[in-house]
Each structure stands twice: as structure tokens, then as C-alpha cells.
Design a protein around this ligand. Sequence first.
Ligand SMILES: *[C@@H]1O[C@H](CO)[C@@H](O)[C@H](O)[C@H]1NC(C)=O
Ligand SMILES: *[C@@H]1O[C@H](CO)[C@@H](O)[C@H](O)[C@H]1NC(C)=O
Length: 394
Amino acid sequence: MKYCTIVLLLSFFATSFHLTQSATLQISQFGGKPNGDIAKALTSAWAQACASTSASKIVIPAGTYQMTHVFLKGPCKAPIELSVDATIKAPVKPEDVGGDEMLRIDYADALTISGKGVFDGQGSYAWKQNDCSKKFSCKLLGMNFAFNFVTNSIVRGITSKDSKHFHVNVLGCKNFTFDGFKVTAPENSANTDGIHIGRSTGVNVLNTDIGTGDDCVSLGDGSKQVLVQNVKCGPGHGISIGSLGKYKEEEPVDGITIKSCSIKGTQNGVRIKTWPSQPGTITVTNMRFEDITMDNVSNPVIIDQEYCPWNQCTKQYPSKIKISKVIIKNIKGTSATKEGIILACSSGVPCEGVEISNVDLKFNGAPAIAVCSNVKPKITGKVPPCTAPSNKKQ
Ligand SMILES: *[C@@H]1O[C@H](CO)[C@@H](O)[C@H](O)[C@H]1NC(C)=O
Ligand SMILES: *[C@@H]1O[C@H](CO)[C@@H](O)[C@H](O)[C@H]1NC(C)=O
């Protein structure tokens, strides 16, 4: 009887130990060697982890590795952690990546990507080929990360460096967090947006430093319940919602909070941009821009419903995107132009429910002004009064 009890207890502990302990899969076990291409090794490690009924951890230790395109698919049977302390380099030429992204992950649940690792897109060669500023539709040259339909997951630590195109694209995800993430690329690198989020709910970008050549964080249509908090942005083009309205099939944008961020030396701080004379008719509501410090930002707070870069459209008809419930609160620091706040709302569907409180932005030592059209904001605290736009465009 005693013997039986002991055996039972032992097997009970062994089972629970097994359940809580995740199996560790070293990239070297799958043929991944320093300086070699680890695409195949990572794909094989994922296949094993994904089939496992208990949690697994795939480890890519410190060192330098190469990686062509890797496409990892879920759903998997148990949580997976991808722990990366390595520097992983993409091929220099876009055509050698053998796919669009360095790392694409679809349909994973309970995924963690962690570590001090760097994913280096080696984009400088690709940036020279970029023609997106000249063409309405241009060739996309390969991102560092794409996450599609990933749920309940987190990226903790990790640096994305010199992506050929967007650093990170988040599409169709739910409950997905970036914490302590870092993006780095030079100011003059074209279309290297930091994190682009679209058609996703519950995405958090926390404690993240982003310096790049395009938007730090950009939010496309269908972004819902997104929190961007304690993010440092610059150089770059700031934090943008949109552009929206270019296509008829877009989904609404609802519940975006940009909070406790500092933005430095960028063209824009926080911006909502929508196209005029284009078919989109979605609504944009429950926007919150709060506790933001600007340092020499050209357009610290801007709603631009006449967004029409490189004359790609006409301004003949107003934007049909309705913007409502926008809170702009506790914005301080310096503007690089005299307009600290620009609210250029649509004459077709004016902005509604815009509240501004406590704005202390200086341009050359004097208070920056607010320029407003097609909006009657509710003002509390110290805020520059709304002036009408002059005919001369900024
Ligand atoms: C969201 O994802 C995290 C993992 O990042 C998980 O711990 C948490 O339980 C998830 N929340 C919900 C509501 O599922
Ligand atoms: C501020 O920004 C402007 C325009 O971007 C730039 O020309 C100027 O050198 C910047 N000033 C400082 C102090 O960084």
C-alpha cells in the first residue's frame, strides 16, 4: 500500500512537472550554425514545437546568423516561445530573400518572441530601389516581420533593424503586445514604417523605441482597441492613423489611445490622415492623444482630411471619412512650425466631439497656434484658440 502510494505520488509529480516544463529546442539541433542560413532549421524546429502537446521553447543563442524567408504557420497544439539572442541577417538583395518577409507567422496563438536578438533586414541596398514616392502603386521590397491572425501573443525585447520596407506588419491579430521592442533605421530610409497595424483588435505597443525613415507606428483601417504607451519616436514621420479612405472596402477605426509618448524631430507627432475625392466612407472614433511631449516636431497634432501626397489625387471633393470623439490632452514641448495644432476636418463630414485640454507647445519661444476648419472643439484649460486657416497652404 505504501509502495503504491509512493509510485502514484511520483508519477503524479512527474506528470505535473512535465506539463509545466517547456521542452527546449536549440537551433543547432536542427542544423542551424553560426553564419549559416537558419531558415530551414527554424522551420523544422517550429514544426516540432507546433506538433508538441506541451509548451516548447526554440532557442537561437547569441551569435550571427543569416536567414532567408521563413514562413511559420499555426495553429499549434501548445504555447511556443521563440527566444532569440542572436543577430539574424537577411540577404542584401530583395530578390534573394525568396519571399516577402524575413519572418512571417500566421495563425499562432500564445506565442512569445523574446530576447535581446536583432533581426537585421540589411535594407540600404533595397532603399535605393524604392520608387514609392514617385508611383501610386510601387513594388514592395520585403519586411522584417509579418504577423497575420496571431492571437494572445507577445513580442518582448527584440530589435528590428534596417528593414527593406515596413519593419513589422500586424494584420488580423487579436490581443497582441509589443513590450520593450526596438526599431532602428536611418532617417532617410524610404517606407521603413516601424509597426503597421491593420484590421486588428487589442494591439499594445508598450515601452518601445522607434527611430526610422517613415511612420513610427501607423494604424490602418480596422484597427480597434489599440494602445501605444510609453513609446519614443524619432527620427521618423510620427504616429499616424491612416491614410484612410482610399478604398471602398475599409473597416472602421475605433478606440486608439496614444499615451505618455515622446516624439522628437519628426514631421508629424500624432496624425489622422484621410484622402479627399476617394471612395472610403468609414468612421474613425474614440481617439485619445494624451500626455505627449513633442521636441521640435513640425506638425505636433494634426488631423489632415486633405491628405494627398505627390498630387496622387484631387481635392475636388471632400473626404467622406467621419471623425468623432477625439481627446487631445496634455500636449507639451516644442513645434518646428508655428502651427502646433492643425485640425483640417472634412467640409463634407465635419469632425464632432473633439475636446482639447492643456496644450503648451512653443515655436521659437512663443506659443504655437491652432488652426481649425470644419470642427468646433470643446476647450478646457490652457489651449491656444482656434484660428481659421489662411488661404496659403502650410
Ligand atoms: C492576452 O495575451 C496574453 C499573452 O500575451 C495572455 O496572458 C492573456 O491572458 C490574453 N488575454 C486574454 C483576454 O485572452
Ligand atoms: C528642428 O527641425 C527643423 C525642421 O525639421 C530643423 O531644420 C532644425 O534644425 C531643428 N532644430 C533643432 C534645434 O533640432
